[in-house]
Write a protein that binds this ligand. Structure first.
Ligand code: ADP
Ligand code: GLC
Length: 489
């Protein structure tokens, strides 16, 4: 089965968060099920720089008024279509924002064009290749199914919501420039509080909707988490499914991780202590017998990083150290930096985005903190488990179902893997940090937690099977076979 996956980011070419990890690793996981994925991504400068031997396939003379070429290449296990459109993508900054952190003003055109190109491909514009199904991700590619339906293309579409907070909401007058007819401005399609929403258009026109954990699938049906889309989703609940993300076990493996000065596995956690020493020295932290807590995260309200700044003293006064690494909202960054300035040698905040540093922090920390206000799935806590870091997480979305709280029952059943807190506020976080610090003092118990976490299985296998089953169902094929398992619709 041939799938066209349409995405605004993909690891290792371009990444701002977990979306890239998922779109970069799911194709490999789907392969054993007979699913061949080709991913369409915009030709941002950092993508174009990494291309070698890209083959030109076709030219779109007028993609929302811009000229674009479609290139084909393979990188590692990925089969890629690159949309090379310099007027849309060749500019400084990141995929979504300019070098000052401001949204590109023509994001509607940049991602409208990505979606339109995908729809054209699905409809047969590319000689000799047509997908059996299209898989879109978040608002940036959500218009694909709207365009396809307008063209009369009935190829099935799956849309995955990675984060409903980002909806691609724009003024309604852009419908014309997006080359969509007035009927697309209806409550059953893109109309959204008198604007248009790319995400709503996708949710209304796709055949199946998935999100990245069963808990988040339930949460987004409520006004609090649905962020305006709960009504639409409630109408489409029959086609909504939550499938928890997996992780790429080759990239996130402490036994082979090239970014770790000391490789380790479940049998030699001693070496993790050596990474810890490197991490502390790199960040100028004073030695301690207490735990090193870290956060590697977008520094935003969603991630609860303001709460972490407010609760930092809980760690410091219990003899621990705190490392925060990431970037995001300037006021959250400033709040964290100001807090760190009060605790020299005991709290380190670094603003930036760096893959090797993210790995070193997982390899060298005792605990990872994720106090998210909402979290569709979360990958950082899954990497933490694999790296023997004990996650301290809020009880929401994917965090609530991937981490088992170290309460007495779970400890004696030997299944606990971390600490959960609820309600999600600074007080709740403080209590969880205190529990973790006390647990750390009992080294035997702590080692048990680490062990149980490292044994947890978060490979893609099970989740990829669920995606494959949805694909099989929508394409009405019964041809997917793996080992003894035969998936039929
Ligand atoms: P989200 O996608 O909401 O940001 P996830 O937990 O799903 O959250 O994924 C975050 C991904 O981004 C992980 O791969 C994490 O290691 C990475 N990451 C977050 N902040 C940084 C950073 N400052 N530098 C490098 N990688 C980061
Ligand atoms: C989003 C979510 C995160 C999820 C990731 C990958 O960025 O915020 O929870 O893990 O997408 O699906």
């Amino acid at each position: 089965m041939k799938i066209l996956s349409v995405t605004s980011e993909i690891f290792p070419l371009v990444k701002t968060g977990g979306l890239a990890d998922v779109t970069g690793s799911l194709p490999k996981a789907l392969k054993p099920y007979g699913v061949e994925t080709t991913s369409l991504v915009p030709g941002y400068p950092r993508v174009m720089k990494q291309l070698k031997n890209a083959l030109p396939l076709m030219v779109f003379e007028d993609l929302l008024g811009e000229r674009a070429s479609l290139l084909h290449t393979r990188i590692d296990d990925l089969n890629l279509f690159i949309l090379d459109a310099p007027t849309l993508y060749d500019r400084p900054g990141g995929p979504y924002v300019d070098e000052h952190g401001i949204d590109h003003p023509d994001n509607w055109r940049r991602f409208g064009a990505l979606s339109l190109a995908a729809a054209e491909i699905a409809h047969g514009a590319l000689p000799g290749w047509q997908p059996d199904l299209v898989h879109t991700h978040d608002w940036q590619s959500a218009l694909t199914s709207v365009y396809m339906r307008e063209m009369g293309c009935s190829t099935p579409v799956v849309i995955t919501i990675h984060n409903i907070a980002f909806q691609g909401q724009f003024p309604a007058y852009l419908l014309g420039p997006l080359r969509l007819p007035p009927r697309a401005y209806s409550v059953d399609c893109m109309e959204y509080f008198r604007d248009i929403s790319f995400l709503k258009g996708g949710l209304q026109t796709a055949d199946a909707i998935t999100t990245v954990s069963p808990t988040y699938a339930r949460e987004i049906l409520t006004p609090r988490f649905g962020m305006g889309m709960d009504g639409v989703l409630s109408q489409r609940v029959a086609v909504l499914r939550g499938i928890v993300n997996g992780i790429d076990l080759d990239i996130w493996d402490p036994a082979t991780d090239p970014y770790l000065p000391h490789k380790y596995d479940i049998n030699c956690l001693r070496r993790k202590r050596q990474n810890r020493a490197v991490l502390m020295e790199t960040l100028g932290l004073d030695p301690t017998d207490g735990p090193v807590f870290s956060a590697v995260s977008r520094l935003t309200w969603q991630k609860g990083m303001d709460m972490l700044a407010d609760a930092a003293d809980e760690i410091i006064w219990n003899g621990g150290r705190l490392v925060v690494f990431g970037q995001g909202d300037h006021h959250v960054e400033d709040h964290l930096l100001a807090t760190a300035a009060r605790y020299p040698g005991r709290m380190a905040v670094r603003i930036g985005y760096d893959e090797p540093m993210a790995h070193l922090i997982q390899g060298g920390s005792d605990a990872i903190i994720q106090p998210s206000r909402f979290e569709p799935c979360g990958l950082t806590q899954l990497y933490a488990l694999r790296y023997g870091c004990v996650p301290v997480v809020s009880r929401t979305g994917g965090l609530s179902e991937t981490i088992i709280d170290a309460n007495d029952a779970a400890m004696s059943a030997r299944v606990a893997t971390g600490f959960q807190f609820h309600p999600v506020n600074t007080g709740g976080l403080r209590l969880a940090l205190r529990r973790a610090a006390h647990a750390y003092a009992d080294r035997k118990n702590w080692a048990r937690l680490q062990n149980q976490g490292m044994k947890t299985k978060f490979s893609w296998e099970r989740s990829a099977l669920q995606y494959a089953a949805i694909y099989a169902n929508l394409t009405r094929r019964s041809a997917i076979t793996i080992g003894q398992i035969r998936i039929t619709h």
